[in-house]
Design a protein around this ligand. Structure first.
Ligand code: ADP
Ligand code: ASP
Ligand code: MG
Length: 466
């Protein structure tokens, strides 16, 4: 069997985790499976890199750089020593070299007081750059040959949107040529989260982007299956940190997973299903720390069951924007002006609703995009196209997902009646055209409670809905 296995940051957090990863890979290698690996940064490292890259241009001094470099060095060296003791000298020197490079870039960012999206992408790719060689060495420690490469070397070609680039179809052929010939002899280890433009400029694929890398590489090598290894038994009916009795779902359709991850909830990267779906590749989500559990299987049609609602996703903090102005009534160009202005500023709109009076458009955006969106829409106020733009960032979004909702009238009635009975005030509602998703927005204080109410209403903790 040809497999693409992706290990997330939780699966490579320290040397003992990496040994479990190598156990899994060794088992499949010994069985004769062809395996390629995509690996993330160690848990928390990308957050640290984003934080420093964002802060440095306005920092009062450069004193944060040295402690960060020291802590990254300590963590990665300790992991290397535990996971691949025979390779400490060579791989340790490689890690040192990378850290010196990172340190120099960070000093340059501070000196220039400028961190362009292109520079930021380079900085935040270091988590994967530092970790992947350790996994490669840990495989060699067990006698398994392994070449380590970055996403660009593996053949991932992307659009130039730094921070959230999209893979080009041409990646398939490049990945195929590069990776497939290696599979007979070794386990290639590919750094997740990154690719490059056809001109060779490094890009990153967005948070949780290694899931997307996994699917791109899996499609490129025509894998029989793509396995996403993480720290829970599979995809659950809701974020287990919000709902303590959330249940692992044995099977989901591609569409359901796309709807669940669309908002950027931590289920999977929102684009990660696309390449797998294009090639009709089965995706499994499994637990590195409990590999015997069958996990969640994701296929085109999923398992048929009589549930209308299968799962919920919850984004604790999003931003709501209200665009008001009687000028919009009967003026067809207003919505176009709003959305093209936002698109020109790379603002991704997660939800839209327009009142029937046409005097108001409400939008939900990622809170990181709020400032840019407000500035972009301010231009429309100056031009007299809309009257007023207001915003509110203390709101949560919830998506209710299930392919069965498409043919089940009354589901939205049941959702909003249950919320109303629990005293949860709904600020905005939107239904996707696939009808597999009903999303709504509530005050941030009500978000977790809204999930609890609906999880109970649809008996999601129970194996069967009866
Ligand atoms: P990885 O490092 O493997 O990519 P992440 O931390 O990105 O792992 O995602 C795994 C975590 O996502 C789980 O530990 C869990 O707490 C959280 N999570 C949120 N929603 C869900 C869900 N619906 N199903 C499973 N896990 C979820
Ligand atoms: N390291 C990246 C992140 O933290 C990519 C990933 O983990 O999938 O977002
Ligand atoms: Mg992840």
């Amino acid at each position: 069997m040809r497999l693409l296995m992706k290990f997330g940051g939780t699966s490579v957090a320290d040397a003992s985790c990496i040994k479990k990863v190598v156990d899994i890979l060794e088992e499949h290698h010994t069985k004769g499976d062809e395996v390629a690996v995509v690996v993330s940064a160690q848990r928390g490292v990308t957050d640290q890199l984003i934080e420093i890259a964002t802060r440095l241009p306005n920092a009062k001094d450069d004193s944060a750089i040295a402690p960060l470099i020291q802590s990254l060095s300590k963590r990665h060296m300790t992991t290397l020593e535990g996971a691949a003791p025979d390779h400490v000298a060579k791989v340790g020197a490689e890690i040192d070299e990378k850290l010196i490079k990172l340190q120099n870039i960070l000093f340059a960012i501070y000196t220039l007081r400028d961190c362009s999206p292109r520079s930021k992408d380079y900085i935040i790719s270091f988590g994967e750059r530092l970790l992947a060689p350790i996994l490669g060495a840990a495989l060699r420690q067990r006698g398994i040959a392994s070449t380590v490469m970055d996403g660009c070397e593996a053949g991932i070609l992307t659009t130039p949107q730094h921070g959230e680039s999209t893979s080009l179809l041409r990646s398939d052929e490049k990945v195929q040529k590069k990776i497939v010939p290696m599979l007979k002899k070794e386990i290639p280890v590919i750094m997740g989260f990154m690719g490059c433009t056809p001109e060779g400029i490094l890009t990153t694929l967005g948070r949780s982007g290694s899931d997307y890398s996994a699917s791109i590489i899996g499609a490129g090598i025509d894998a029989d299956e793509i396995w996403i290894w993480t720290d829970v038994d599979g995809i659950m009916t809701c974020d287990p940190r919000v709902i303590n009795d959330a249940r692992v779902m044995p099977s989901l359709s591609y569409l359901e997973v796309m709807e669940l991850s669309y908002f950027g909830a931590k289920v999977m990267h929102p684009r990660s299903i696309e390449p797998a779906m294009r090639k009709n590749i089965l995706v499994r989500v499994k637990n590195t720390f409990n590999p015997k559990h069958p996990g969640t299987v994701i296929v085109r049609n999923g398992q048929k069951d009589n549930r209308v609602v299968k799962a919920l996703t919850y984004i604790d903090k999003v931003a709501a924007i209200n665009i008001n102005g009687a000028q919009m009534i009967g003026r067809p160009g207003v919505a176009k002006a709003v959305f093209s202005n936002l698109a020109d500023h790379d603002v991704n709109v997660m939800m839209i609703s327009q009142g029937s009076s046409e005097a108001n458009i409400s939008l939900i955006v990622d809170e990181n995009h709020l400032q840019t969106a407000v500035v972009a829409l301010g231009d429309l106020v100056k031009q007299g196209i809309v009257r007023e733009v207001t915003h509110n960032h203390d709101v949560s979004a919830v998506a209710v997902v299930g392919a069965g909702m498409a043919g089940a009238p009354g589901t939205s009635g049941r959702i909003f009646t249950a919320l109303g009975n629990a005293g949860v005030n709904v600020m905005m509602i939107s239904q996707g055209s696939s009808e597999a998703n009903i999303s709504f927005v509530v005050k941030q204080d009500d978000g977790a409670r809204a999930c609890r109410v609906l999880h109970d209403e649809f008996h999601l903790s129970e194996e069967s809905d009866g």
